[in-house]
Structure formats: C-alpha cells, structure tokens
Design a protein around this ligand. Structure first.
Ligand SMILES: C[S@@+](CC[C@H](N)C(=O)[O-])C[C@H]1O[C@@H](n2cnc3c(N)ncnc32)[C@H](O)[C@@H]1O
Ligand SMILES: [Zn+2]
Length: 130
C-alpha cells in the first residue's frame, strides 16, 4: 500500500502505491519506547543532523524511531496533511484523513512543540518552523 521514495519536501518520503480509503490505518510508528527525559537528550543529537525521530506518546513517554523504527519514520510533515495520528493502547497509528490517491505522498502534522529549528517546506512560501 505504501513505499519509500525521494520526496520533494525533504529527503525520503512515503507514498501511496494504491488508493487508500479515508480513516484507514496505514502504518504504526514503530521504535523504542523511552522516557521524555531521555528523548530530550537524544533529540538534541538528532537535530544537529537535521532530523526529528522522537514522537511524543504521552507526557512521560516517547517513541524513538531512530531505534527499531519502520517506514513510518520517513513520513514528512505538512501543515495541511492527508494523514492524522490516532493513539490506541500505546500504539501510534497513522491514518488517512481523506481518500488518498495512488502516488500521493503521505504527510501528517508533526505538531512539534520544540524549538522550531527546521523551516517547513510542505508548500512554496510556508512560514512554519518545525
Ligand atoms: C521523520 S523524518 C522524515 C523523513 C525524512 N524526509 C528523511 O529523509 O529521513 C523528519 C525529518 O524530515 C524533515 N522534514 C519532514 N517534513 C518536513 C517539512 N515539511 N519541511 C522540511 N523538512 C521536513 C526534517 O528534517 C525532519 O526532521
Ligand atoms: Zn508547512
């Protein structure tokens, strides 16, 4: 249903290889479950290489896709995305926010509460800082 390919937004992206119906669970965000405190340390390291891998699960725990992650970690951010996040029983699901045509890049809103070090490239002229 999906594959990783070069993205116009940045680096790798994930694309639909078939039409995906609205609300479909596409993939879960795999990785190592760590504490919030540990993630702050790791994120500082990742951000130096220009990457965000840590996904906040609860106020206390984070999934670090830099360790044991799957293709979900290559999904890029967009301010007007075609996917949304649904956390069920500690699993972070990426679901289709609308019908997604074959070939379209998957995106979700990272909702980063970080330092805004990366300029968003989701569309020409986007002023958001990730
Ligand atoms: C989870 S990774 C996504 C996969 C990434 N494109 C790659 O090749 O590894 C997150 C990183 O992708 C980049 N990224 C994702 N969405 C972006 C966007 N809308 N604008 C600019 N960079 C983006 C940033 O470097 C971010 O830290
Ligand atoms: Zn944007």
């Amino acid at each position: 249903m999906i594959e990783r390919r070069k993205s116009k937004i940045q680096g790798w992206g994930v694309f639909a290889t078939a039409a995906i119906p609205k609300n479909k669970r596409i993939i879960h965000y795999a990785g190592e479950k760590i504490s919030n405190q540990e993630s702050l340390k790791r994120e500082r390291r990742y951000i130096q290489r220009g990457h965000i891998w840590c996904f906040k699960l609860t106020n206390r725990s984070v999934i670090d896709a830099g360790v044991g992650g799957n293709d979900a970690r290559f999904i890029n951010h967009a301010c007007k995305p075609n996917c949304y996040i649904d956390i069920k029983e500690g699993i972070i699901w990426i679901r289709a926010a609308k019908p997604i045509p074959k070939g379209q890049e998957l995106t979700y809103n990272y909702n980063t509460d970080g330092e805004g070090l990366i300029k968003c490239r989701c569309r020409p002229g986007c002023q958001t800082l990730l």
